[in-house]
Design a protein around this ligand. Structure first.
Ligand SMILES: [Zn+2]
Length: 141
């Protein structure tokens, strides 16, 4: 997915740190995902957090964003990082540490249900944490 593939499933785009620190916004998004029918995406104030119009991202050189989508009633969260104008989707953590045990090493991309908002989210796990059940992992987003 790239910015140009932004489609009807997208409910909104939020700055990652703002979304993670606003439980009210997470609640609104999770609720909307249940019955989203390809409406126009949120733009403007959702609670304390402002969703961003796609147009406003076109010239962005550095950004850390969550795209929240509803696919068949399931909330999906996609992490996009723009660095020096280069877009990365679901990039591994900056320091390449396991999202669960925070050890350095080879990481694999997995998907897990978030404890925060119930969204399906990409997580980067080391080979050890990958073997664990999701509820045994220590993934905090
Ligand atoms: Zn690990």
């Amino acid at each position: 997915m790239s910015l140009s593939d932004y489609d009807i499933g997208t409910m909104g785009i939020f700055r990652t740190n703002e979304y993670l620190s606003d439980p009210e916004c997470q609640k609104i998004v999770a609720k909307a995902a249940d019955s989203w029918e390809g409406k126009k995406a949120f733009t403007g104030l959702v609670s304390k957090t402002t969703s961003i119009a796609l147009e406003d991202l076109k010239n962005e050189k550095n950004a850390d964003l969550y795209f929240v989508l509803s696919i068949a009633g399931t909330l999906i969260r996609t992490h996009m990082v723009i660095k020096e104008g280069i877009k990365g989707l679901n990039p591994p953590p900056d320091d390449y540490l396991c999202d669960s045990c925070h050890r350095k090493g080879w990481l694999n991309l997995n998907y897990q249900e978030s404890k925060l908002d119930g969204a399906s989210i990409p997580v980067w796990l080391c080979l050890e944490c990958e073997k664990l059940e999701p509820e045994e992992r220590d993934v905090r987003f």
